[in-house]
Design a protein around this ligand. Structure first.
Ligand SMILES: Nc1ncnc2c1ncn2[C@@H]1O[C@H](COP(=O)(O)OP(=O)(O)OP(=O)(O)O)[C@@H](O)[C@H]1O
Ligand SMILES: [Mg+2]
Length: 462
């Protein structure tokens, strides 16, 4: 993090100063050459009418040339078309000498030349002197002009110095800034990490509260939400485990009590043995049912992926279930009514859906009143089929209607125990319905009866 800051901050800074300085240098040199060119043109214009180039003595022009050379801290050499040196501000040649150089020859071909002698800090400009008449252009001489770049160099090194001071200051500022901000940014993240570590160690109840930037606060919010959710899952898991062990222990305890009391008594009559053994068998059956229900619930949750989907006739399925349950209803003189509004074919897992519907109808019989009724009806639209199971039973108090789908939940423990209930039936039904992407609703009034509405898609949605 820190390095990213430094990298992003400092590299562009140095790059920028480098480009800026280089750019200035180039501009300065070009503009110096331009100025020199203008000066040469001005000088040539003065020379042409005076015969200066044909070695006439014109002191004003000599003075002017010297003045210009001084301004540019350099040297000016004027050559005529015989390559005679007419003037040299350094006075190293007299009039009789010749100056023959590549640049001078070139200028007689009409080309000027610009040379930057970086080693000695000089610019050298060689330029032809052209005499333009109405008919033609004649090159009558050449001027070689030097100019020192020391002044440009001085400005440049001043700028460089300032850039270095500025860069160093800014670098320091960026580093301090980066340290400060990366601390500020990483501190809350470290806190989150620590919280996650503590969570792994098992301290679930602790949330994190982090004040900081919006994003970081959001992270801590989501983190807390996740912890809450995990906490809830953990609680239900614990509750489930304790419910399971309790439920499994109850029949065993009864069996133990029954067996113990038989063992304690001496000369127990055979009839008592029989009676107690019948009770013991019932408890074993109960234990068996709990274990089977639990297994099917666990299996449902675990193999949510493997559904055995086939297209089946729901009318037939309902009739089969009712046929199986009618004898049980008859024992309590409960009337079973079945109505179907249309034939329904649907893609479902037959075993699972049959289990779910059976549970609902069994409940409707179990929690009914003597001489009551159970009504099962089937309907469908283009997307779903609907099964409605109503009874004239004892009903479910409103505040408990949300809870009945929980595992092991029973409204009246004593009553459902009597009828062998474990409180797993509706949990199984609900998870089957969810696996079919359906919905289940309960409507009930205490003491008047209950209606369960099922809605299942006709076509299975994977
Ligand atoms: N039709 C109904 N009328 C009144 N109460 C009902 C009805 N269906 C369910 N209940 C209540 O909801 C509770 C949970 O039902 P569920 O089917 O899950 O368990 P159970 O019937 O007690 O046991 P299991 O079905 O596992 O043998 C029941 O104990 C009962 O109190
Ligand atoms: Mg039940």
């Amino acid at each position: 993090m820190l390095f990213v800051f430094i990298f992003v901050g400092i590299i562009p800074l140095y790059l920028f100063s480098y480009i800026l300085l280089n750019n200035y240098k180039e501009k300065a040199v070009t503009s110096r050459f331009n100025q020199m060119q203008n000066q040469i043109i001005m000088l040539s214009n003065q020379m042409l009418p005076t015969g200066y180039l044909t070695l006439a003595d014109v002191p004003e022009i000599d003075a002017e040339i010297n003045r210009v050379a001084e301004i540019y801290q350099g040297r000016i050499v004027v050559v005529n078309n015989n390559l005679n040196i007419v003037e040299d501000t350094y006075g190293l040649y007299d009039d009789k000498k010749y100056l023959v150089s590549k640049e001078v020859i070139q200028s007689f071909n009409g080309n000027s030349s610009k040379v930057h002698d970086k080693e000695n800090n000089y610019l050298i400009l060689t330029q032809p002197i052209t005499h333009t008449t109405e008919e033609q252009k004649v090159i009558v001489g050449a001027i070689v002009m030097n100019s020192s770049t020391k002044d440009i160099q001085a400005i440049l090194s001043g700028m460089e110095q300032r850039a270095i001071i500025f860069s160093v200051a800014l670098t320091m500022f960026i580093i301090i800034f980066a340290i400060y901000f990366s601390n500020k940014l990483t501190k809350p993240l470290t806190k989150v990490v620590n919280s996650i570590d503590r969570l792994t160690e098992g301290y679930m109840e602790e949330g994190v509260s982090i004040k900081g930037y919006y994003e970081i606060e959001k992270i801590s919010d989501s983190f807390n939400k996740m912890i809450n959710r995990m906490q809830k899952i953990e609680n239900t898991r614990q509750e489930f485990v304790s419910n399971v062990s309790h439920e499994l222990k109850t029949p065993i305890t009864s069996i133990k009590v029954l067996a113990d009391s038989l063992l304690m008594q001496e000369d127990t009559p055979v009839e008592l043995y029989r009676e107690f053994l019948v009770d013991i068998t019932e408890e074993i059956e109960r234990e068996n049912k709990i274990i089977n229900d639990l297994l099917s619930l666990v299996k449902l949750n675990k193999t949510a992926g493997d559904m055995n989907i086939t297209s089946i006739n729901i009318n037939d399925l309902l009739e089969q279930i009712l046929k199986r349950l009618r004898p049980i209803a008859k024992r309590q003189n409960i009337e079973m009514i079945y109505e179907s509004f249309r034939p329904v074919m649907a893609e479902v897992d037959e075993v699972k859906i049959s289990l779910a519907i059976s549970n609902l109808i069994e409940n409707a019989i179990k929690y009914n009143t003597p001489d009551g009724w159970v009504r099962v009806s089937l309907n469908a639209d283009h997307k779903y089929f609907f099964i409605k199971i109503s009874d004239s039973g004892i009903g479910i108090p409103e505040e408990m209607q949300d809870l009945i789908f929980e595992r092991f939940f029973r409204v009246d423990k004593a009553r459902s125990r009597e009828s062998g209930g474990t409180g797993l039936g509706l949990a199984i039904t609900k998870s089957v319905v969810q696996m079919h992407r359906g919905a289940i609703r309960v409507y009930s009034k205490d003491g008047e009866g209950t209606t369960f509405n099922l809605r299942i898609p006709l076509n299975y949605i994977a």
